[in-house]
Design a protein around this ligand. Structure first.
Ligand code: NDP
Ligand code: HEM
Length: 483
């Protein structure tokens, strides 16, 4: 051997006796329990997997940076959004319903999860490539996801089950409309927009409050696959999107997104024509135009997919001073759900892994637990007289607002123009081209033509789309042989 390579070791750093042979009694004899190296190798291998994410299991991601180019200090005091600020970030893309090895080009929303390593701790925007969602109450989330995953008996995906859920929940119509256009099969993660989707609160240094929606507009341009192209790639290259992103960044082609926001004055929310916190609705641009505040770029691939992407942990509850939650019920549910998932999937001290660690100092009284290695010293409690860390409520001055009401289980109160079909109808009527509409009809018909979808279900599917627009319903009926 011309060049010296490092000596293999055990995980305890002890030089390994062999990369090839286990220890046996004679060349043909049984193996020995004392071969600690072999036992460590086999035992460690059995523990290589953490559970896959219960949703958004298949994905990929990269690092980059956010640059703020405009002054929005009149809306938020968040440090990362001050003009001229540059903040490092991680972005993980994903499909929702498939498992870890599933095909990247499946028809599905795409996850668009951002972690900003700000000077005031991690700020996570855990969004999708659509501005809306299928449901508006978190109590429906597990049932919705079950309907998109696998049956109990044969463990197969089942389009009948999907249409059963969607047609019983008409609030899904807007998101299913997006999904059935060619934006349901993006050409790559680089060629799609991202959205924070929820409404969040911003507040400025004077304590004035605003409602805000995030739009991340791809600077590569939106490009999609047709249903046929996407289907072919499912077979030819199931990892197409991971490969595309990694290869582009490795080759110096760094994708970027313009960061836009829509801003609603706090007081407008009460009698806006749509419920501004309903996740199945957008804010039409004529009411609240998008304002550009900056852009972000992805410029660095992970070195270890497992350590940096599989174990990355995003949480909508990571909000920094200047930004707060809104009363969107879905957002409220998600504030609980993600850290709970991480404690189970990655472990109690998931925030100590390098990818999840804030880059700003941590002075917390939380301590101990499995695998912890940064542990705070004394004092171990607050308040104390030992010069331990003390909270600064002034940082959050401005996020408070008044709410009163009876405790109920109820749908949102309707605003003037709230209904489930008006906004998807606007998409069909105002936004889609003739080709988009043709493809949308064909995509719906293709999906509903799976052999397991029943004749009764076809009738419900036609009714659902007729409610969005009679022409769309008629096109779907013709395609399903009912027209
Ligand atoms: P506008 O005409 O002002 O905006 C239409 C929006 O649709 C733009 O953001 C456009 O941005 C996006 N768009 C264009 N082509 C498609 C497509 N094939 N699929 C999905 N989105 C597309 O109208 P309004 O603001 O009044 O909204 C009308 C409808 O547009 C809404 O009911 C909603 O369905 C859809 N929409 C609205 C958004 C909003 O935040 N207001 C955001 C996205 C969609 P781009 O081409 O860059 O994607
Ligand atoms: C992942 C729950 C709605 C976007 C997840 C995970 C859970 C979850 C448990 C797995 C987390 C992990 O193991 O790391 C929920 C619940 C919802 C909800 C309970 C509704 C009540 C949404 C919505 C969006 C969204 C509305 C987008 C607007 C994502 C994304 C991921 C994810 C992008 C993957 C994050 C990553 O890349 O690690 N969700 N979710 N979810 N969810 Fe949701």
């Amino acid at each position: 051997m011309s060049e010296r390579v490092p000596v293999t070791t055990t995980d305890a750093g002890i030089p390994a006796p062999s990369d090839q042979f286990s220890q046996s009694v004679g060349p043909n004899g049984p193996l020995l329990l004392q071969d600690h190296y072999l036992i460590q190798k086999m035992a460690q291998f059995n523990r290589e997997r953490v559970p896959e994410r219960v949703v958004h299991a298949k994905g990929g991601g990269a690092y980059g940076f956010l640059e703020i180019t405009e002054d929005v200090s009149q809306y938020t005091k968040a440090d990362l959004f001050q003009k001229g600020r540059r903040t490092d970030l991680l972005l993980r893309f994903s499909t929702v319903a498939g498992e870890l090895g599933s095909a990247d080009t499946a028809r599905d929303p795409r996850g668009f999860a951002l972690k900003f390593y700000t000077e005031q701790g991690n700020y996570d925007i855990v969004g999708n490539n659509t501005p809306i969602f299928f449901i508006r109450d978190p109590s429906k989330f597990a049932d919705f996801i079950h309907s998109q995953k696998r049956r109990a008996d044969n463990h197969l995906r089942d389009n009948n089950m999907q249409w059963d859920f969607w047609t019983l929940q008409p609030e899904s119509a807007h998101q299913v409309s997006f999904l059935m256009t060619d934006r349901g099969t993006p050409r790559s993660w680089r060629h799609m927009h991202g959205f924070g989707s929820h409404t969040f609160m911003w507040y400025n240094a004077a304590g004035e409050k605003f409602w805000v929606k995030y739009h991340f507009k791809t600077e590569q341009g939106v490009q999609n696959f047709t249903a046929l192209e996407a289907k072919e790639l499912e077979a030819q290259d199931p990892d197409h999107h991971i490969r595309d992103l990694f290869t582009a960044i490795k080759g110096g082609d760094h994708p970027s997104w313009t960061v836009n926001v829509q801003i609603m004055p706090f007081e407008d929310a009460a009698d806006y024509r749509f419920n501004p916190f309903d996740l199945t609705k957008v804010w039409p641009h004529e009411d609240y135009p998008e304002i550009t505040i900056g852009r972000f770029t992805l410029n660095r691939n992970p070195e270890s997919y497992f350590a940096e992407i599989e174990q990355s942990a995003f949480e909508p509850a990571n909000l920094v001073p200047g930004i707060a939650a809104s009363p969107d019920k879905m957002l409220q549910g998600r504030l609980f759900s993600y850290p709970d998932a991480h404690r189970y999937r990655v472990g109690t001290n998931y925030l100590q892994l390098p990818v999840n660690q804030p880059k700003s100092p941590v002075h917390s009284y939380n301590r101990d637990g499995a695998m912890r290695y940064h542990n705070p010293g004394d004092p171990v409690y607050a308040p104390n007289t030992a010069a331990g860390p003390a909270a600064d409520p002034a940082l959050f001055a401005g996020e408070d607002y008044r709410v009163t009401g009876e405790i109920v289980r109820s749908a949102y109160q309707l605003h003037k123009e709230d209904d489930d079909f008006g906004q998807p109808r606007a998409l069909w009527e105002k936004v889609l081209s003739d080709t988009d509409r043709e493809h949308m009809v064909a995509n719906i018909v293709g999906h509903a033509s799976a052999p397991e979808v029943t004749g009764d279900m076809h009738k419900r599917v036609v009714e659902y789309w007729t409610n969005v627009h009679p022409d769309l319903g008629a096109g779907v009926a013709r395609g399903l042989g009912l027209g």
